[in-house]
Structure formats: structure tokens, C-alpha cells
Unconditional design. Structure first.
Length: 113
């Protein structure tokens, strides 16, 4: 709707930017059409391309590491805690110590050390 309102009727005048860039786009479209026509005339070449691509996929699958997790565990737990309004530092510290002890007691791997 907005386009119909903004566009003026009749012949549209081409800008200098259009005249400057249009030859590039015409060459790009012509080049693509020519290369596509050459490729369609040699359809058999698509099979070697597919085989090479599959071979490269297998090669890179074997060469590139597949590990998504880090090798070492950083042993980090982040906990957000909100204490009641007006809590003292000592109260918050005592609460955090109790929470830390609760977490330490609930991790069986920690007891193995």
C-alpha cells in the first residue's frame, strides 16, 4: 500500500546509482546463466563432484576433533541467593556456609578424594 502511494505513475527515471551498478548485475546474471548452461550440458560431471564432496566429508569427520565438552571439569556451580531485606553480612555468610556444606554433602564424587 505504501509503495503504491510513494510511486508516481508513468515512466520512472533511472538514477545515476542504478546506471552505475546495473552493468555489474547484468554481467553477473549473464555469467551465471552461461555457467549454468555449460553445467547442464555436462550433467555427468555432477557425479564426480558428489563423490569428492562425500570423500571430503568423511575425511574431515575423521580429522576434526568431535569433542564438544571441555576435557577438564572446572567444578563450578553458580548459585544466585536472595536474603530477606535487612539481613546482616553475618547472617548471609552463615546462610551461604550452610548452603555450601549442603552442596558439598550431596556430591558423591567429592567424598572420593
Amino acid at each position: 500500500m505504501l509503495n503504491a502511494y510513494l510511486m508516481k505513475g508513468g515512466e520512472q527515471k533511472k538514477t545515476r546509482f542504478y546506471n552505475f551498478t546495473e552493468p555489474y548485475f547484468v554481467k553477473m546474471n549473464t555469467g551465471y546463466a552461461n555457467s549454468l548452461a555449460r553445467f547442464v550440458n555436462r550433467k555427468w560431471i555432477s557425479f564426480p563432484i558428489i563423490i569428492v564432496c562425500i570423500g571430503l566429508i568423511v575425511l574431515f569427520f575423521k580429522l576434526i576433533p568431535k569433542e564438544t565438552a571441555p576435557y577438564d571439569d572446572r567444578n563450578l556451580i553458580t548459585v544466585g541467593v536472595t536474603t530477606p531485606e535487612g539481613s546482616t553480612y553475618e547472617y548471609t555468610d552463615r546462610f551461604m556456609q550452610e548452603l555450601s556444606q549442603l552442596i558439598d554433602d550431596s556430591i558423591p564424587e567429592k567424598k572420593l578424594r
